[in-house]
Each structure stands twice: as C-alpha cells, then as structure tokens.
Design a protein around this ligand. Structure first.
Ligand code: BLA
Length: 512
C-alpha cells in the first residue's frame, strides 16, 4: 500500500461520525435534562413541529410543549433504558399544536435524554412489529441453516420493506466484505459475489454498528439539520452515536450517490461480540419506512444475529470435538510409547488430523519430519527467520501469506499458510502446520487499489466513482486460520509442551 493511500485511510478512520452535530430532516430532536425536563438542545427544524422558534424553546421545560401523558411514557422509557443503549420506541402520540401523529424514540447519553420525534403517516391497520417479525422468522426458520438461509433473509427483508435491493453482506478476516445473498428488482444489476474493500465501511463505523443495530437513510440527498447549540454544558460536541436520526458521514452520502442509491437501510448482524455482517438495502428513489416496519426489521435482524451466532458456535464445537478426540488419542499413545522421544515424530499422521491443514512437520534439532503437503526441508532457515521475527511465548505464530515467510513464492512448493507451535521454552522444537496456496478469483466492485479518490491537496477523501466489476487473481494466500483453528492449536500446544517437558531435552535421550 502506498503511503498516500495509507494516510487517506487514516483520514477516513478518524472521521468522528458520532459527533456529526446534525440530524436527518425526516424527524426532530429535543434533548432534555432531568429532573425538570429542561430543554438543552433542539434540532434547527423544530419550529415545524412545535410552532416555536428553536431559541425560544431552549431552557424551557418540555412540559410546555408536550402533554403530561406523553412525558409520562417517555419517563417510563428512560427508567427502563440502559445508559448508552440505542434509542428505543417510547410512544406514538399526537405532538405539538398541529397534533402531528408521531413516533417518539428515547435514549440517554451523557446525562441528556434525547427525544427523537418522527412524523408518521396514518397507517391504519398496520400490523404490530412483533407480529410481522414473528411471521418473517417463521418463514426463514424453515429449511436448513446452510447458505440458503441468507437468501431467505434477503427475500424476507425485501418483502417487508419493498427496497429495490436487499443484500446479506459478510465481513471477511481482513474487514473487506462480500455480498453472500441478494434479492433484487430485475432491473438492478446483480451485486451477488462482489467484494468491497475494508475502507468502504471504516473501523469507527463498524464499531458503532456493533451497538447501534439499524440505520435508515430515507433520502440520501438530504440537507443535514444542525442541532442547537452543538456543544453540551462541558463545551463538548454531543455524542450522537445512538441516535436513529443521526446525520451520517457526507463521504458515505457521496458513496451512495455514486452507486445510484437514493435511499438505504442497513441492519447489523452481530455474532460472538463481532460485527459479522450487515443486511444492506438500496432503493433507487427516496423511500420512507414507517417506524413500525423499521421496528420489525430491527427485531428480525436480532433473530438473524442469533441464528448466525448459533451456527458459528455449532461449527466451533464440532472443530473442538474433533481436535479433542485427536488430543486424547495422542496423549494415550505418547504415554505408552516405548521410546518417548521418537513417538511424536511417528504420530504426524494423527497430528495432521488435529487441525484442518494440508501438511504438518516436526522440526527438531535441525531435523525435519513431515506428513502431507509441506515445503521442502531447504526452506527451514526461512521458516526459522520468520519465527524469530513474529513468534511470542505461548501463542501460535501464524500467517496465510507465503510472502510473510518465504523470500520467493516459487520456493515454497505451493504452500502459503503456516501455523507454528513452539514445543519447548527455548523454542528449538516446533510443530508446523501448512496450508496450500489457494488461487482466488476475486470480483471487486471497483478497483481495489483505488478504493477512493483524493482531491488535489490530499485533504479531502471521496468515495470511488466507479463500481464496475474488477477481476483480481489473488495468489500466495491460503485459507486463513480461523479463531477455532487458533484455539484448537493453542490447546494442542499445551498438551505437546507438557509431553516434551516430561521427556526432557533431546540431547538427554539422544539426537533424532
Ligand atoms: C458507512 N458504508 C457505510 C455503510 C455501508 C457502507 C453499508 C453503513 C451505512 C448505511 O447503512 O448506509 C458500504 N454499502 C456499503 C457496501 C455495500 C453497500 C460495501 O451497499 C455493498 C454492497 N466510504 C468510502 C470511503 C470512506 C467511506 C472512501 O467509500 C471514507 C473516506 C466512509 N462509509 C464511510 C463512513 C461510513 C460509511 C464514514 C459511516 C456512515 C455513518 O454511519 O455516518
């Protein structure tokens, strides 16, 4: 990566998106302090709701503008809410002198009660969000937990929301992402299978989306509505991270425009405390979602997260069970071996079954014992040089890239991934697992080496303008080592280190 690109990435990652100081114009914000409900901040458009200028509301009590029964339900929602949690629906009520029917959402942040008010069309007969989400869950729950699950998810969300395109977008190990399922209007070009660089959704956005699970942009060409005043009592900018109406990053709005998207929604899929992916939706025209539909989508998203998490846990448990079987067998065989020192070298076939790998090698006193696909023994100095650079005590050292450890990919004999376990404290004995290179044909949405455009003086970063498919053949990488692989390897390392400690240093029992 060029230094310019790296600097530009840093600029993206540093944009404080939770401090945008503004909301989207499809609602209003009133922020109060308890116990007197004194109004400390309002959105600049508040007059359209309250028929009072913003400056004439500040320092007044909310009670002057909102009826006691609505304040009562807001107070109950505040009592109920965890500080720092996202906005939750508190009431549907007629608000202000015009008695506008509105959805009221509430959350607390930094001692401020943020009240978000969204006018709502009279949607007579709209079913309750719980009932709608329940029906969607029942429909996707039928059928296997395989990849068709994501397809059913995309279809259900499209049916619910009517967006032109609904995708299940999954993050990969390097935070790039791939569209793994898609339901779309036939006039929309397909995005299924396309890869997007990590910088399209920078790290601070990914962190925010872990807790704030749903984002709706009804009109991506909106003019942001400032919040007045934009600083709190301490003179700090307001933390808007949990607002539903938060005005989003202008770079992202430009991105949507470049993609030809006028309205969007995304819902977080969180599994094991990690942002696994998003349900991402696009519409070519401005599209408002009723708060009820949004709430149903939010509930449905929670169910999808739980299903994805359960599936990941099942897979991890299966891996753990397989490796535990191998560990137990190994422990028994090593305990009964007549020549304890030789035993490990003769158990390589068994050791290979402990992890999903293509080959395994034992490196001991400069000797190389191997099973399956491994690099030639002449590569030992390269491997040792890599280990000296990267390995710390205890944890496995690993890479999926051949250029991390081999000066030339050709010399590696088709091997790319290595995972190494130190068997003795002096780290002269190693167990090394290998994975073969997998040449991958990646279809990127736009050139991955130009993930964005930088203006003349390099200070303003814009999203790329073209999303045309760009083929890249990725060489030199194996399938990455997963968290489950690393956990299994660490446990195996413990068993083997204990065994090596008991049988003593190689020189005591003769060199192999
Ligand atoms: C946010 N970028 C996002 C979001 C998505 C994407 C889904 C979440 C916001 C939303 O729900 O709309 C990207 N959208 C995609 C991708 C697909 C899609 C990959 O539909 C694939 C199909 N973006 C850039 C560059 C920068 C950038 C160069 O391209 C930085 C300079 C930033 N993207 C960016 C920021 C956000 C974002 C800052 C957060 C927006 C916010 O929440 O304020």
């Amino acid at each position: 990566m060029t230094p310019e690109l790296e600097r530009a990435l840093q600029v993206c990652a540093n944009e404080p998106i939770h401090l945008s100081g503004a909301i989207q114009p499809h609602g209003y914000l009133i922020s109060c302090r308890l116990p007197d409900w004194s109004i400390h901040h309002v959105s600049a458009n508040i007059e359209a709701l309250a028929a009072v200028a913003p400056e004439d509301m500040l320092r007044h009590s909310l009670r002057e503008f909102i009826t006691d029964d609505v304040i009562q339900t807001i107070a109950e929602a505040v009592d109920f809410s965890e500080p720092g949690a996202p906005a939750q629906r508190a009431a549907v009520a007629n608000i202000g002198p015009l008695a506008m029917l509105c959805e009221v959402g509430v959350h607390v942040a930094d001692g401020l009660v943020h009240i978000e008010i969204e006018p709502q069309a009279r949607t007579a007969g709209e079913r309750s969000p719980t009932v709608v989400a329940q029906a969607m869950i029942a429909r996707v729950a039928q059928g296997g937990a395989d990849d068709s699950f994501h397809q059913r998810v995309a279809e259900q969300v499209r049916l619910l929301t009517g967006y032109d395109r609904v995708m299940v977008y999954r993050f990969l190990h390097d935070d790039s992402g791939e569209v793994v399922a898609e339901s779309r209007d036939s006039a929309m070009p397909p995005y299924l299978g396309l890869r997007y660089p990590a910088s399209d959704i920078p790290p601070q956005a990914r962190r925010l989306y872990l807790h704030n699970r749903i984002r709706v942009i009804p009109d991506a060409r909106y003019a942001p509505v400032p919040i007045l005043p934009d600083r709190d009592v301490r003179g700090e900018p307001l933390d808007l991270g949990q607002l539903s109406l938060r005005s989003v990053s202008p770079v992202h709005l430009e991105y949507l425009a470049n993609m030809g998207v006028a309205a969007s929604m995304s819902i977080s899929i969180v599994a094991g405390g990690r942002l696994w992916g998003l349900i991402a939706c696009h519409h070519r025209a401005v599209r408002h979602l009723s708060p009820g539909v949004r709430a149903a989508a939010d509930l449905f998203g929670l169910f999808v997260s739980m299903r994805v998490a359960a599936r990941e846990q099942q897979e991890a448990a299966r891996t753990e069970e397989e490796t535990r079987g191998v560990r137990d067998t190994l422990a028994v065989r090593l305990a009964h071996a007549s020549d304890a020192r030789l035993a490990l070298a003769s158990e390589l076939d068994l050791l290979l079954r402990a992890l999903r790998a293509d080959g395994v090698a034992l490196l001991r006193s400069g000797h190389w014992h191997s099973a399956g696909r491994t690099p030639p023994a002449e590569r030992i100095p390269d491997l040792l040089a890599w280990l000296a650079r990267v390995s710390g005590p205890g944890a496995p050292a690993y890479t999926a890239r051949v250029d991390d450890w081999s000066p030339s990919p050709q010399a590696a004999d088709g091997i790319a991934g290595v995972l190494a376990l130190a068997l003795d404290p002096a780290r002269e004995e190693w167990l090394l697992y290998f994975r073969c290179e997998q040449v991958e044909d990646v279809r990127w949405a736009g050139r991955p080496d130009e993930p964005f455009v930088v203006d003349g003086d390099g200070t303003r970063i814009g999203p790329r303008e073209s999303f045309g498919a760009w083929h890249e053949t990725v060489r030199g990488s194996s399938e990455p080592w997963s968290d489950a692989d690393l956990r299994a390897a660490s446990r195996m390392g413990l068993v083997l280190r204990e065994y090596c400690r008991r049988v003593g240093a190689p020189t005591e029992v003769g060199d192999l």
